[in-house]
Design a protein around this ligand. Structure first.
Ligand SMILES: Cc1cc2nc3c(=O)[nH]c(=O)nc-3n(C[C@H](O)[C@H](O)[C@H](O)COP(=O)(O)OP(=O)(O)OC[C@H]3O[C@@H](n4cnc5c(N)ncnc54)[C@H](O)[C@@H]3O)c2cc1C
Length: 352
């Protein structure tokens, strides 16, 4: 039986930063992630340019994930992909974690970082729509270039849909947005951008059916109902952003049920502690007053969760860790990085 100090359930931003910080605090760390890749729901929007992560230049989400994964690997945690945690129980002070394949993992503490659970996009409820998923019906943007000079219909009015519509403005020939409600619910500044570009926004509107092209391989027209009327719209591509179904996969044994909100989010008892000693939470899964689910918040949660896990294992441990970058663990790495930097500066000076 290999016993870990911390087992992190979920390899999204909260889990990845927890792994980094846990290594910094000398804890033997493991990440269990259900998907074949790390990064969590940032993988839903790989092309999006992130502007709101403190101190980071604007960068595409896929690069941000790569940076997070590299940082998480700094102290070489054990990482198990394709591993869905199904049940957590506590036996003789050790957490016993069972996965979908029947494997069992053992840990002194747990950090639950499962975000919104296992997400899958809510599909377009139109007969036969699924057969166009291989061609021009999309539930995410994987490569903006694909939409160059196309007429794209975006269905949805929340942040996800409107962020995509704004990105498409730079490549698509035309963007049309339809939304079933009276008002778009996305950030005002993004909605403003659409309006400035003269994007057609149809409210109180829904896709009623789709009409395929002659070869029946792709959607050619979309039939839209709006306020009792019906319209046909010629399209090249259809992008659906109707939210996500969430699988509440993770269960806890009866004697270690953390306090939950809405039967799902773990209610924070302060400092990312849950109501069960030894189980901590970080990122979108943890709920407290005025919580905003953003990337920056996941990092602070992760630090608190890890520091409390450390304290749980070793009550004598320094309560708040240390100013991270002053940690002596970086001394050797700093030397290497500074030498590299010095070499680069020398080479560029010599070549002038
Ligand atoms: C469309 C969209 C755009 C966004 N844009 C921004 C933005 O511009 N700026 C910003 O700051 N934030 C943005 N966010 C929010 C940000 O992505 C989240 O706050 C962040 O990803 C939360 O990280 P997390 O690690 O808590 O959860 P997640 O990213 O959800 O990661 C949780 C991980 O846990 C795994 N998991 C779940 N259940 C299990 C299980 N039982 N066993 C094993 N693994 C499991 C999941 O597969 C996933 O990898 C956006 C979110 C969305 C949906």
């Amino acid at each position: 039986m290999e016993l870990f100090d911390v087992t992190i359930v979920g390899g999204g931003p909260a889990g990845l930063y927890s792994a980094f910080y846990s290594g910094l605090r000398n804890m033997k760390t493991k990440i269990l992630e259900v998907q074949p890749v790390l990064g969590g729901k940032v993988n839903i929007y790989p092309e999006k340019i992130l502007w709101d992560v403190g101190g980071q230049p604007p960068m595409q989400a896929q690069l941000f994930v790569q940076n997070l994964v590299n940082q998480a690997n700094t102290f070489s945690p054990t990482i198990c992909l394709n591993t869905k945690v199904e049940q957590i129980e506590k036996i003789n002070d050790i957490f016993v974690i069972t996965t979908n394949s029947g494997e069992v993992h053992y840990s002194k503490t747990i950090i639950v970082a499962v975000g919104g659970g296992i997400l899958s996009p809510i599909k377009l409820e139109v007969e036969g729509a699924e057969k166009y998923e291989m061609t021009n019906l999309h539930y995410t943007i994987l490569g903006l270039e694909r939409f160059r000079d196309k007429k794209v219909l975006v269905s949805g009015g929340g942040n996800g849909a409107i962020d995509w519509a704004v990105e498409l403005l730079f490549v698509a020939k035309e963007v049309v947005v339809i939304y079933r409600k009276e008002q778009l619910t996305a950030h005002e500044s993004q909605v403003e951008k659409l309006k400035k570009h003269g994007v057609q926004i149809m409210l109180n509107a829904e896709i009623q059916s789709v009409v395929s092209n002659d070869s029946k391989t792709a959607i050619e027209k979309v039939v839209i109902s709006q306020n009792g009327d019906t319209y046909e719209l010629q399209v090249d591509d259809v992008l659906i952003s109707h939210g996500y179904n969430r699988e509440k996969s993770l269960t806890f044994a009866d004697d270690i049920q953390p306090l939950r909100k809405d039967d799902y989010y773990l209610v924070s008892q302060g400092q990312c502690k849950t109501s069960v000693p030894g189980i901590f939470g970080a990122g979108d899964i943890i709920s407290y007053d005025d919580k905003v689910n953003l990337l920056i918040g996941t990092f602070q949660d992760a630090v608190l969760a890890v520091n409390n896990a450390k304290k749980y294992i070793d009550p004598q441990a320094n309560e708040y860790g240390m100013v991270s970058s002053h940690n002596e663990k970086f001394a050797e790495k700093n030397k290497e990085l500074l030498e590299e930097l010095f070499c680069k500066t020398e080479t560029s000076t010599n070549s002038k």
